[in-house]
Design a protein around this ligand. Structure first.
Ligand SMILES: [Zn+2]
Ligand SMILES: [Zn+2]
Length: 138
């Protein structure tokens, strides 16, 4: 990515893409706020896109189309399926997801903590505190 994945860059897009393998939602980033037609194009493209963690939108064959929205949108290509939901997600989107597995169900969220689902809780995971530094992939 040409910039670091911040919540500002995420709110320029306000869209997520789901990994086909781990089913976690990954945040889309852009340097500038998307125009309405770019947003629509992205929504259509994401419907048919098969994305998995670590993929890079700029590797998508756009047929040399300079107007393709994929020339402007980035996902964090350092992500792997083992990584939790990105910190920028929780800043940009209000829909709660389990920090660890991305589940939308049976969530528990205490003040200052990211949501934790009952399955992750039962497996011994501790609630992730929002006050820790943003997760930075290596
Ligand atoms: Zn994944
Ligand atoms: Zn979970």
């Amino acid at each position: 990515m040409p910039f670091s994945p911040s919540s500002n860059k995420a709110s320029n897009v306000k869209m997520v893409v789901q990994c086909e393998e781990c089913l976690k939602w990954r945040v889309c980033y852009a340097a500038r706020v998307l125009k309405q037609d770019q947003k629509q194009q992205l929504e259509l493209e994401l419907d048919t896109l098969s994305y998995s963690c670590g993929a890079y939108f700029q590797d998508i064959d756009t047929g040399g189309d300079d107007d393709s929205v994929f020339n402007h949108i980035y996902v964090n290509d350092k992500l792997t399926c083992d990584m939790p939901i990105e910190a920028a997600y929780f800043v940009t989107f209000s829909d709660p997801l389990c920090f660890y597995c991305g589940s939308e169900h049976n969530l528990e969220a205490n003040d200052g903590q990211d949501p934790l689902c009952d399955i992750c809780k039962a497996s011994g995971k501790q609630p992730h505190s929002k006050n820790t530094r943003a997760f930075v992939p290596r």
